[in-house]
Design a protein around this ligand. Structure first.
Ligand code: NBP
Length: 479
């Protein structure tokens, strides 16, 4: 046994992760793939790397030092279960199986429980950063037991991205905590992308600038408080010219956004936890709307405003859009962290939200300067109930809210969809409201379902006899 870590599944992600591991001092990497060809390709293409190829699960287990540790990088779902079952056969108590794929956190909870009964440790680890991250340094979000972290921590730290000298990996929490946090990361990514897309659309329609000119706007934004990987790549995409037609590439790409489902998981989970992640939800729904060409075709002639967006001062308008984007982004992140907090409470995880924001500063898709401000906020107040109420964000929102309102009104007036901008603003105003019309909803619920209500002026639970003489009685609390 010569290897200190193994990788099962050598498609794009697995082979890059194996190469990343092998490139770090002290690592020898056992590699296994169901079909032999991928293993041969990897070892032949990288003779310099410290790989120990295995061609059966028995050989793979035999090549690993104890306690064995192996990272699975195969298709999520059944393939992952199949590989876990095979590893459990050949591993021993104390060994560690890591699932680095995009598993649904509830699957991870189930798998951790089943594997734990054999005495083997199971760690669900969210890995973000795509192919390039896997090779050069991803952001890693491991769950699992404290015992596994002792062995895995140093190995994962050696391959993770580095942000301001710190590796982008932390033991997020037990069992499914890592995959839960990775899921929310992806949800926030959906929101961030949609907000950027809305900003681009408004600038284009408002100022008539070309995609190449708007690329410069984003490049400029990337030098300020919006600095992030997604803003940076947006400029790159907008600059790209289609070789075939000579048009901006963005104008020849079909406007139907795909999705692999992690945004939907984030929203579904938020719905069951009762957490309003409206920015993420609108972003996910916006992709769905875009992907129904038949509905869009029959809707094209629906009435809209006569006039498009009228902008007198292009620079001032662009600055308003920038501020609206920043404010909406604060909302999206605040909502995402709210979901993590609620998930931790529901599943009994201890998650350090500041540490989560720090490991997202590099390696992953939502990496941004901004995450330092989130870390600061949680450092100052670990139990902060609403992230956007931290002083730094209050200041930023104060600075942005006027622009945000102008942009949302302008979009609505001109018939330009800005679902993430506008829902984020509504969420913000909902939080701020002294009184919400939820009181009326409680009245309606009591009317048709005797669901009862509470009063602002005394303790107890009440019901009005709506179909009787409409007097109020004290009632059992039935919610
Ligand atoms: P894929 O998701 O395309 O999976 C292909 C791998 O799964 C191959 O190695 C294949 O082996 C193996 N496999 C399958 Br399919 N069924 C198997 C089974 N029953 N037993 C054993 N192996 C099986 O690979 P990928 O694109 O490299 O992604 C790997 C994981 O990483 C996925 O969970 C994915 O969601 C996640 N991912 C993450 C990111 C990110 O940014 N974090 C990006 C892309 C992917 P074969 O060669 O024998 O067919």
């Amino acid at each position: 046994a010569t290897a200190n870590i193994g990788v099962v599944g050598l498609a794009v992600m697995g082979s890059n992760l194996a190469r990343n591991l092998a490139s770090r001092e002290g690592n020898t990497v056992a590699v296994y793939n169901r079909s032999r060809s991928k293993t041969d390709e990897l070892t032949e293409a990288h003779p310099e790397a410290e790989f120990v190829p295995a061609f059966s699960y028995e050989e793979f287990a035999a090549s690993l030092q104890k306690p064995r540790a192996a990272i699975i990088m195969v298709k999520a779902g059944r393939p992952t279960d199949a590989v876990i079952d095979s590893l459990v056969e050949v591993f021993e108590p104390g060994d560690i199986i890591v699932d680095g794929g995009n598993a649904l956190f509830t699957d991870t909870i189930r798998r951790e429980k089943a594997v734990r009964e054999t005495g083997i440790n199971f760690v669900g680890a969210g890995i973000s950063g795509g192919e390039e991250g896997a090779l050069n340094g991803p952001s890693i979000m491991p769950g699992g037991s404290d015992e596994s972290w002792v062995t895995l921590g140093p190995i994962l730290k050696s391959i993770a991205a580095i942000a301001e000298g710190e590796p982008c990996v932390t033991h997020v929490g037990h069992d499914g905590a890592g995959h839960f946090v990775k899921m929310v990361h992806n949800g926030i990514e959906y929101a961030d992308m949609q907000l950027i897309a809305e900003a681009y659309d408004l600038i284009r329609r408002g100022t008539g600038k070309t995609p190449a000119e708007i690329a410069e706007v984003f490049a400029e934004w990337n030098r300020g408080e919006l600095e992030s990987y997604l803003i940076e790549i947006t400029a790159e995409v907008l600059r790209q010219v289609d070789a075939e037609t000579g048009k901006p590439l963005v104008d020849v790409i079909l406007d139907q956004a795909g999705a692999k489902g992690t945004g939907a998981w984030t929203v579904q989970t938020a719905l069951s936890l009762g957490v309003p992640v409206s920015g993420i939800a609108e972003a996910t729904f916006a992709r769905s709307l875009s992907s129904h060409p038949e509905q869009r075709a029959v809707s094209r002639d629906l009435p809209g405003p006569d006039e498009g967006l009228k902008v007198d001062d292009a620079d001032a308008f662009i600055e308003d859009v920038r501020l609206a984007l920043y404010a909406s982004k604060i909302v999206a992140y605040s909502q995402g962290f709210d979901e993590i907090r609620a998930g931790a409470a529901e599943y009994d995880w201890t998650i350090d939200l500041g540490a989560v924001s720090k490991i997202w500063r590099a390696g992953c898709i939502i990496r941004a300067q901004f995450l330092n401000r989130i870390a600061d906020a949680y450092d100052a107040q670990p139990e902060l109930p609403v992230l956007l109420t931290a002083p730094y964000f209050v200041e930023a929102l104060g600075r942005a809210q006027g622009a945000w309102r102008r942009i949302v009104s302008a979009a609505a007036g001109a018939g330009i969809p800005a679902p993430a901008f506008s829902s984020s603003l509504s969420y913000y105003d909902g939080l701020r409201a002294e009184r919400l019309p939820a009181a009326l909803i409680q009245g309606q619920r009591d009317f048709f379902g005797a669901h009862t209500y509470k009063r602002i002026d005394k303790e107890g639970t009440f019901h009005t006899l709506w179909s009787g003489d409409r007097t109020e009685i004290e009632a059992e609390d039935t919610h």
